[in-house]
Design a protein around this ligand. Structure first.
Ligand code: BGC
Length: 373
């Protein structure tokens, strides 16, 4: 597909490449459930550190309230903080939690190195650590709770392949997550399990593959725009590693009049992502029921806070490989689900997002067709 540009726009885009205004992406507007309560539950103190707010709507919109609720229900008193993408802050928050006497530390780290350093400090104080969602490569955490992240990537690859069926030689740009997040590697590996054979056979053509530092949505958009203009404005499919990046990419596609004609993937089933799917601007997302992730984490943390490793081991019956630390980490790995326009209702039926968050003026007709209300 070739982008349509008016002449002055074309000149500006080709000359400057990087300059664009991104609106409505990055910090997504969606929210999950009710805000976290700050009332002390009188339970055992547990520290939770989330990595960022701007890379995905999930952390503050879903993980925080869901972890809070699940942990309180398990008799714990959670202190849930967000490091806002700042490694120093991540480390300082951990120090504060360790010295305040948390019995378990749950970390979704910004990078494996930062997370591993925190895990080592906690271990030195005898505090068990759970890696939440992101595994710290080379770390020492006792347990890991996440989704099957290679499967997440495979679903993205399958979604893209499905959207490009019959388009021989369709051109693909891949915009990936942060190189310091092991999940981004797993997503990529999963995508490649589907896409590489298609590139090798010539069914699809890979234009470029670009990881985005810190999952920065805005940088994802500008990087995509450069790659698009560098390819003469041609693209048929975009692997966007999550809905935040997809939103930034759709903004660029819209600027060039290409939105709705290019298949874009996503992940996290955010309200913004689901709206884009219903509008036809994004092809798919991956629904990861974070409630299950929160529940499993709360169960593990409750057991570990009592030193009950037998129950913890009975909960974390899977393992993942940490190739850097050369060890198998006891894990809970949950199942992700592919969402396209045909089954957005799965996400609203699960109560994960409300119909009112996704059925707006531009999507109402699609909501009516899908029976979402
Ligand atoms: C998570 C994704 C999220 C991304 C950016 C990954 O580690 O698994 O759900 O979209 O980080 O925050």
């Amino acid at each position: 597909m070739r982008m349509r540009m008016t002449a002055p726009r074309a000149v500006a885009a080709l000359g400057l490449g990087l300059v664009l205004t991104l609106t409505g992406c990055g910090a997504n507007s969606s929210g999950g459930t009710a805000p976290a309560s700050s009332a002390p539950s009188g339970g055992v103190k547990v520290g939770v550190i989330l990595p960022e707010t701007d890379t995905s709507a999930r952390w503050e919109g879903f993980d925080k309230p869901m972890l809070d609720k699940a942990m309180r229900a398990a008799g714990l008193d959670p202190d849930i903080q967000n490091a806002q993408g700042d490694e120093q802050k991540f480390s300082t928050l951990a120090d504060g939690m360790i010295s305040s006497g948390v019995k378990v530390l749950v970390i979704a780290s910004i990078s494996s190195d930062g997370g591993s350093a925190v895990a080592a400090k906690a271990k030195a104080q005898g505090i068990p650590v759970i890696d939440y969602d992101r595994l710290n490569l080379g770390g020492t955490s006792d347990y890991y709770v996440s989704f099957d992240n290679e499967q997440v990537g495979a679903l993205q690859g399958q979604g893209l392949a499905q959207a490009l069926t019959g388009k021989q030689g369709a051109q693909v740009i891949q915009i990936e997550g942060a190189p310091t997040d092991n999940n981004a590697t797993l997503f990529y590996n999963g995508q490649q399990s589907v896409l590489k054979p298609m590139y090798d056979s010539g069914q699809l053509k890979l234009v470029a593959n670009q990881p985005i530092d810190k999952w920065d949505n805005q940088v994802g958009g500008t990087t995509f725009e450069q790659l698009l203009t560098g390819n003469g404005g041609k693209v048929d499919g975009v692997v966007a590693a999550n809905d935040g990046l997809a939103g930034a990419i759709v903004t660029v596609l819209t600027k060039y009049g290409l939105n709705g004609q290019v298949a874009v993937t996503g992940q996290d089933a955010t309200a913004d992502g689901l709206q884009a799917i219903l509008r036809g601007d994004q092809y798919m997302t991956v629904f990861k029921p974070i409630q299950e992730e929160a529940d499993a984490t709360a169960k593990l943390a409750a057991a570990l806070s009592k030193g009950d490793t037998a129950t913890a081991d009975a909960t974390a019956t899977q393992t993942v490989d940490d190739p850097k630390g050369n060890r198998q980490v006891k894990s809970v790995l949950l199942t992700p689900q592919l969402i396209t326009k045909d089954n957005v209702k799965v996400v609203t039926d699960a109560g994960y997002v409300k119909a009112s968050e996704i059925c707006v003026q531009t999507t109402q007709a699609a909501c009516d067709t899908a029976g979402i209300k």
